[in-house]
Design a protein around this ligand. Structure first.
Ligand code: AHM
Ligand code: MG
Length: 338
C-alpha cells in the first residue's frame, strides 16, 4: 500500500453508494434493491477471484457440453453461474432469475422476493484461455404485480422497465459499472481491502471516434452496416480535415462496451448473436444513462419486447451521433427496398 493510499479518507464503497442512491429514490425505499445490488457486488468479487486464479485452479477450458444455445460451456461459466445464483437466492429478495446458462427461468418462492434478476454470469468466456478481459452483465426488474404468482412475463418486458443494470469487467483491474436510472457510476475493486470503491463518478460518454465490430462477419451484414463501415474508413473531409476513426475489437462485449463508454465511439454486433434480456438491455440502459444511444438499427433497443428469455437482436450502441448515422442508413436501405 502506498503512503497516499493510507492517507485516503474520502472513501465511497459500493455499499455506501447503493445506500445513498436508495435515499434519492422517489419511492419509499425498502432496501430490497440495495440488498440485491450488494449481493451482486459480492458475487462479482467471488467471480473475479476465480477468474484471476483460473489457470492455477485448473478451471480453464471447456466442460465438454454445449448449452441450450449450442455454445460450448466453459468450466468458469458453470462456476460463475452457481456463485451468482447462490448469492442472489441468499438475499431472499429475488423471485425470478434468468441466466444465459439456464434454459428456463428459476423461480424462488420467498415472501419478500419482489425482483427479477437477468444475467450473463461470465460473458466472453471463450476468451478466458488466453487471458483476455471477460465480465458479468446483469439487469433487474421489479415484479409487475407483487400479489400475482411470478412468471416469465415479469421479464419479457421492454428494457425501459429495468430498475437497475450494470456489468463487472475482470480486466487489468476489476471494475463494476452500475446504473439505477440516476446516471452511471463505476467502482474499482481494491484487492487490499476487498471493497469496490467509487472511482468513476457520473460517467459521461467519451468523444473519441472508435468503431468496434467483428468484420469477419461482413458477408452477413446488411447494406446499411456495410455503408456505415465504408463511411468510417473513407470519411469525407469536414472543413478540409478528414476525421480519423480507429478500429478496436476485443471480442468480449463487456470490454468493448467499457471502452466505448469511457472513450466514445460505437460498438456493433449487427448479426443478432447477442441476447436481448441480459446482454443488450443492461448495456443499452448504461449507454443511455451515460448520454449515448442504443439501437437495433431501426428502433431504440430498450423499446424491444423480447419474445423469449434468450431472444437475440442486432445492436448498435455508443455516441448518439454515430448510432444515428447507422439508423439513417437503415432508413435509407428500407426505403430503397419499398
Ligand atoms: P458469450 O455470451 O457466449 O460469451 O458470447 C457473447 C460474446 C460477447 O462478449 C462478444 O461481444 C461476442 O460474443 C463476440 O462474438 P464474436 O466472437 O463472434 O465476435
Ligand atoms: Mg454472453
Amino acid at each position: 500500500m502506498s503512503p497516499n493510499e493510507e492517507l485516503r479518507t474520502d472513501i465511497v464503497t459500493l455499499t455506501s453508494h447503493i445506500i445513498a442512491q436508495q435515499q434519492l429514490s422517489p419511492k419509499p425505499a425498502t432496501g430490497d434493491l440495495s440488498l440485491l445490488l450488494s449481493a451482486i457486488g459480492s458475487a462479482c468479487k467471488w467471480i473475479s477471484n476465480v477468474v484471476r486464479k483460473a489457470e492455477l485452479l485448473k478451471v480453464i477450458g471447456a466442460t465438454g457440453v454445449t448449452n441450450v444455445q449450442a455454445e460450448t460451456v466453459q468450466k468458469l461459466d458453470i462456476l460463475s453461474n452457481e456463485i451468482f445464483i447462490n448469492l442472489l437466492k441468499g438475499t431472499g429478495r429475488a423471485a425470478v432469475l434468468v441466466s444465459e446458462e439456464n434454459e428456463e427461468a428459476i423461480f424462488i418462492d420467498t415472501p419478500r422476493g419482489h425482483y427479477c434478476v437477468v444475467f450473463d454470469p461470465l460473458d466472453g468466456s471463450s476468451n478466458i484461455d488466453c487471458g483476455v478481459s471477460v465480465g458479468t452483465i446483469f439487469g433487474i426488474y421489479e415484479l409487475r404485480d407483487r400479489s400475482s404468482k411470478p412468471s416469465v412475463k415479469d421479464v419479457l418486458r421492454p428494457g425501459t422497465e429495468m430498475v437497475a443494470a450494470g456489468y463487472c469487467m475482470y480486466g487489468s483491474s476489476t471494475i463494476m459499472m452500475l446504473t439505477s436510472g440516476q446516471g452511471v457510476d463505476g467502482f474499482t475493486l481494491d484487492p487490499n481491502t476487498g471493497e469496490f470503491l467509487l472511482t468513476h463518478k457520473q460517467v459521461k460518454l467519451g468523444k473519441k471516434k472508435i468503431y468496434s465490430i467483428n468484420e469477419g462477419n461482413a458477408h452477413a451484414f446488411d447494406d446499411a452496416v456495410k455503408e456505415y463501415l465504408h463511411s468510417v474508413k473513407f470519411p469525407p473531409a469536414v472543413n478540409g480535415k478528414v476525421p480519423a476513426y480507429s478500429a478496436r475489437y476485443v471480442g468480449s462485449m463487456v470490454a468493448d462496451v467499457h471502452r466505448t463508454l469511457l472513450y466514445g465511439g460505437i460498438f456493433m454486433y449487427p448479426t443478432g448473436k447477442l441476447r436481448i434480456l441480459y446482454e443488450c438491455f443492461p448495456m443499452s440502459f448504461l449507454m443511455e444513462q451515460a448520454g449515448g444511444k442504443s439501437s437495433t438499427g431501426r428502433i431504440r433497443m430498450l423499446d424491444v419486447v423480447p419474445d423469449n428469455l434468450h431472444a437475440r437482436a442486432g445492436i448498435f450502441l455508443g455516441t448518439t451521433e454515430e448510432v444515428e448515422k447507422v439508423e439513417a442508413l437503415y432508413r435509407k436501405m428500407d426505403a430503397a427496398k419499398k
